[in-house]
Design a protein around this ligand. Structure first.
Ligand SMILES: Cc1cc2nc3c(=O)[nH]c(=O)nc-3n(C[C@H](O)[C@H](O)[C@H](O)COP(=O)(O)O)c2cc1C
Length: 155
C-alpha cells in the first residue's frame, strides 16, 4: 500500500470540449488521475454521487468513502472546474474527513477558467491541511498533459 492516494471526481458523460457538450469514453480528470497513478504508484479512489443532481451549494450524498485516510500523507485531489470551483460532491468528500496534517495537491481540468476558487475553498474546508500548488489542465488536452503532470509532481 502506498502512502499517497489520488481522490478524484470525473464525468465521462457530460463534457464541454471547446464550447460543445460531448460524450467521452473517459473523463478528462480521470485521464489526468491515471497519469498521476502511473507516475507515483499512488492508490486511487473515485468520488461518485449517489444522485446526479448538481445544485450549487448542495452537498450530494456519495455512494461510498474510503474506510480511512489515516495511512496517507499525500492526497492528490482531482476534479473538473464547475462554475469556478469544485463539484459539490468534492465538498461533501472533504467535509467528511479530518484532513489535519495531510498534504493536499489539487489538480483540476477546465475549459478556460483554470483552477478558479477551488484552492481557496479547499483551504477553508481543511484549515489544518497543507494545500500545495494546484495544477490546472485544459480538459481537451488532458490526455496530452503527461509532461506537465510529471513536472508538477516533481515540484
Ligand atoms: C456543470 C459544469 C460546469 C462547468 N463549469 C466550468 C467553469 O466554470 N469553467 C471552466 O473552465 N470549465 C467548466 N466546465 C468544463 C469542465 O471543467 C471540463 O470539461 C472538465 O475537463 C471536465 O472534466 P471531467 O471530464 O473529468 O468531468 C464545466 C463543466 C460542467 C459539466
Amino acid at each position: 500500500m502506498s502512502d499517497k492516494i489520488i481522490v478524484y471526481y470525473s464525468r465521462a458523460d457530460e463534457n464541454y470540449m471547446n464550447g460543445q457538450l460531448k460524450m467521452l469514453d473517459k473523463g478528462n480528470t480521470e485521464a489526468a488521475a491515471e497519469m498521476i497513478r502511473q507516475l507515483t504508484g499512488a492508490d486511487m479512489f473515485r468520488i461518485e454521487q449517489a444522485r446526479s443532481d448538481q445544485n450549487r451549494n448542495a452537498r450530494p450524498k456519495l455512494k461510498s468513502y474510503p474506510e480511512s485516510l489515516d495511512e496517507y500523507s499525500i492526497i492528490y485531489l482531482g476534479f473538473p472546474n464547475y462554475w469556478g470551483t469544485m463539484p459539490m460532491a468534492v465538498f461533501t468528500f472533504l467535509e467528511h474527513f479530518d484532513l489535519s496534517g495531510k498534504i493536499i495537491m489539487p489538480f483540476c481540468t477546465h475549459e478556460g477558467s483554470g483552477i478558479g476558487n477551488s484552492t481557496k475553498d479547499i483551504c477553508r474546508i481543511c484549515p489544518n491541511a497543507k494545500v500545495g500548488k494546484g495544477l490546472a489542465i485544459r480538459g481537451s488536452y488532458a490526455d496530452k498533459s503527461e509532461k506537465e503532470i510529471e513536472k508538477w509532481i516533481k515540484e
